[in-house]
Design a protein. Structure first.
Length: 147
């Protein structure tokens, strides 16, 4: 029996894949556990529509990521911190940078998207990389001044 997998099934196949399995395995395990549906014209149409919808969402997400990347090129986030000489007291966290981006520039970026992990603990200009999407890396400039 040919079925379309709704989820990844170990040893059988990946989601949205059409596989041939025994009748008993399909009717007693895969279909009752909502892991697969029997292949038919209607189910193939639905599968095609779902794949097209996912592709459209991925394209839109990529387009938004490129737009955000272009916005980030012109942004300089400024912070002031206490310190003596070149030594800074404390540090600027990724959470603080995320909040400053949202408040000052209206750009929402999750702190988990930052490639350069760790806090900024030096005065001056730092550049941080942000993974906005696959193959789309944004660079943000952070300037920390002494008080």
């Amino acid at each position: 029996m040919e079925v379309i997998l709704l989820k990844d099934v170990k040893g059988v196949g990946k989601k949205d894949q059409v596989v041939s399995v025994t009748n008993g395995y399909a009717s007693n395990y895969l279909i009752p556990n909502h892991l697969a549906v029997q292949k038919s014209e209607k189910s193939m149409e639905i599968l095609g529509a779902q794949q097209e919808e996912r592709k459209q969402k991925a394209d839109d997400f990529h387009k938004n990521a490129v737009e955000t990347q272009q916005k980030l090129e012109n942004i300089v986030v400024e912070f002031s911190a206490k310190g003596s000489g070149e030594k800074m007291f404390g540090s600027i966290s990724l959470k603080q940078i995320e909040e400053a981006l949202k408040e000052q520039f209206g750009v929402e970026i999750d702190k988990r998207k930052f490639i350069d992990k760790g806090n900024i603990n030096t005065f001056g200009v730092s550049k941080l990389r942000i993974e906005l999407d696959k193959d789309v890396i944004g660079i943000i400039t952070v300037n920390v001044k002494g008080e």
